[in-house]
Design a protein around this ligand. Structure first.
Ligand code: NAD
Length: 552
């Protein structure tokens, strides 16, 4: 039986099967894991302010019941978090197909999305909440670390941020990885956060080292650590829209500035100046227009501080939360000139199909991840994934199902997955492994203000690519395929696709893993080659498993 607490299914681990096959069981565990790792599971909210794993509690219970009855040759179809039917599809078809938050272009606005959501017709699924791939802040920590290392390489001509001060805000589901990412890169981080419970959670899980509500104390700690060249992370309780301008007034000039408050959502995300958490929650219900206006006005102050620091010589970039766009809408014309983190630091990796691939041990046994750590280090010794393993083993606590995120590239992912399937088959692993990736990856997304910002051929907003990615993954036999668009404050801002494919040790899994993981990164590299990146063309030639691409 799926056991529940307060209507939330509890994560099930071990050898007991509750479904008709391991593939279905693994997907059920992934759903349970997503909720276990979520920020507000009681409301089914997982991260990014309002991104949910299911439309409502009734839809969640029905999904679980249907999943438990699902046959190997059937497909469960889920529309924005609500199951709508089970179809006979064949043994090679996905077990689950999802479409989440998609709205016809002309109507894809935050306001219209909210109206549809209120009427119970849609939900926002974020990137990994709606399709049950969320693994907690650990899912983002390597990418965050990688970004800060690339910042050091690009701007300071060194591999670490030792002796550098980073100022940021937001310690939520994704942003909570920032303090650890900076510390692993050797730097000092001050992270403003308005919600004390978020600060406590990051301290408890080892992502944050110290906390204070005193700006003086935070600055003093930071100054000492910077002078000593020692890594340190400090959570500073307060509103970023007040704290950052105050630091500017005091003449503080950090080396690096970014932000991961939930600025994408002016209503349910960003907390305006002058509101405590209880007051903002109440006001969101009673006077939403006023909150939206005030949140945007606060973001204007926040972004003005970022621009002042840029003028003073700091490296300033947006970390994918749309705060530039919010400030632009609030009248700051210069806001879009702040750089985005993808074109600045991550795009060169995407061009080669390298991105946040992840493997999840559905047995619940951490030893399975230890076996895979060794395998990735032995087989791909010069990969970013192998370099990450020792750091992750030392600093990253597992959350929910043991998992690892490893930035492997095109060709490598498929090869690794086949080795893993063999290890499941011969008993070196205690249970099946689920492979997923973030939508923020080489082939899974079109988001002109983030992942596809500044493509050289101007194709930033062409969303054919993630849709083709999903179709290809579906045809290749992935276990779960999802197409998403932005909801809430992100409505109209992106189109993406997600995929889960399972190594259960069977020969059929070999076919699925090879085809899905070749096509998934392959279409991403083709997309970048088509945009004109030479390194993508070289990758396709080197790996040699995609035929017929057009060399520009
Ligand atoms: P979240 O909702 O879990 O956390 C946001 C945090 O910001 C909360 O803890 C909230 O209390 C805090 N906050 C809100 N207003 C504040 C203010 N005025 N001052 C200080 N703190 C404030 O969201 P998340 O999952 O952490 O995501 C953060 C943002 O980053 C989102 O917009 C998300 O879409 C974006 N994002 C990041 C990445 C990445 O790669 N790092 C990728 C995609 C999106």
């Amino acid at each position: 039986m799926a056991s529940t607490t307060g209507g939330i299914p509890q994560l099930h681990i071990g050898p007991e099967l509750r479904c008709k096959g391991w593939r279905q069981e693994v997907l059920l565990r992934m759903l349970e894991n997503t909720l276990t790792n979520g920020e507000h599971p009681e409301n089914l909210v997982v991260y990014a302010g309002t991104a949910k794993a299911a439309r409502n509690h009734e839809a969640l219970s029905r999904t679980i019941a249907l999943l438990r009855e699902l046959e190997d040759d059937e497909t469960l179809v889920i529309q924005s978090g609500k199951p709508v039917g089970v179809f006979k599809s064949g043994f090679h078809a996905p077990l689950i197909l999802m479409a989440t938050s998609n709205i016809v272009g002309r109507w894809a606005t935050p306001e219209h999305f909210e109206e549809l959501e209120k009427r119970g017709l849609t939900m926002f699924g974020g990137y990994t909440a709606g399709d049950w791939q969320y693994i907690g802040s650990q899912g983002i920590v390597q990418g965050t670390y990688q970004t800060f290392v690339e910042v050091a390489r690009k701007h300071f001509d060194q591999d670490t941020l030792a002796g550098r001060l980073v100022i940021t805000a937001g310690l939520g589901g994704m942003g909570g990885a920032q303090p650890l990412g900076v510390v692993l890169a050797g730097g000092v981080a001050i992270c403003a956060e308005v919600d004390p419970s978020r600060i406590e959670k990051r301290i408890e899980t080892g992502y944050l080292q110290r906390s204070t509500s005193s700006l003086d104390e935070a600055l003093e700690w930071a100054q000492h650590a910077v002078a000593a060249g020692e890594p340190l992370s400090i959570g500073l309780l307060g509103n970023a829209a007040e704290l950052l301008p105050e630091m500017v007034r005091r003449g503080v000039v950090p080396d690096v500035v970014t932000d991961q408050t939930s600025a994408h959502d002016a209503l349910y995300g960003y907390v305006p100046i002058g509101y405590d958490l209880a007051a903002v929650q109440e006001a969101r219900r009673t006077s939403p227009d006023e909150i939206r206006t005030k949140a945007r006005a606060s973001m204007v102050e926040h972004v003005k501080a970022m621009l002042a620091w840029r003028a003073a010589g700091a490296v300033v970039f947006e970390y994918g939360n749309n705060i530039r766009e919010q400030a632009r809408l609030g009248g700051v014309e210069e806001a879009p000139s702040i750089s985005g983190f993808i074109p600045e630091y991550i795009r060169p990796l995407f061009c080669r199909g390298i991105g946040p691939f992840r493997w999840i041990a559905t047995s619940g046994d951490p030893d399975d991840i230890a076996v895979l750590d060794q395998l990735v280090c032995d087989e791909f010794p010069s990969s970013l994934a192998a370099a990450w393993v020792p750091l992750a083993q030392k600093h990253v606590q597992f959350q929910g199902l043991p998992a690892r995120i490893g930035w492997l590239g095109h060709g490598e992912r498929a090869r690794f997955a086949l080795l893993v399937n063999a290890a499941v088959a011969d008993g070196r692993l205690r249970g099946p492994i689920a492979f997923t990736r973030d939508h923020l990856d080489t082939g899974g997304v079109a988001q002109p203000l983030r992942e596809t910002e500044g493509m050289p051929d101007g194709s930033d907003a062409v969303s054919d690519w993630p849709l083709l990615n999903a179709l290809l993954n579906s045809g290749a036999g992935a276990d779960l395929v999802a197409i998403h668009a932005g909801g809430s404050g992100y409505a109209g801002y992106f189109q993406s696709s997600g995929v889960t494919v399972i190594a259960d040790g069977s020969p059929e899994a070999n076919d699925r893993l090879a085809a899905v993981l070749t096509g998934d990164t392959g279409i991403g590299v083709v997309r970048h080659a088509d945009a004109g990146y030479q390194s993508s063309i070289e990758t396709l030639k080197e790996v040699g498993d995609v035929k017929g691409f057009v060399e520009k």
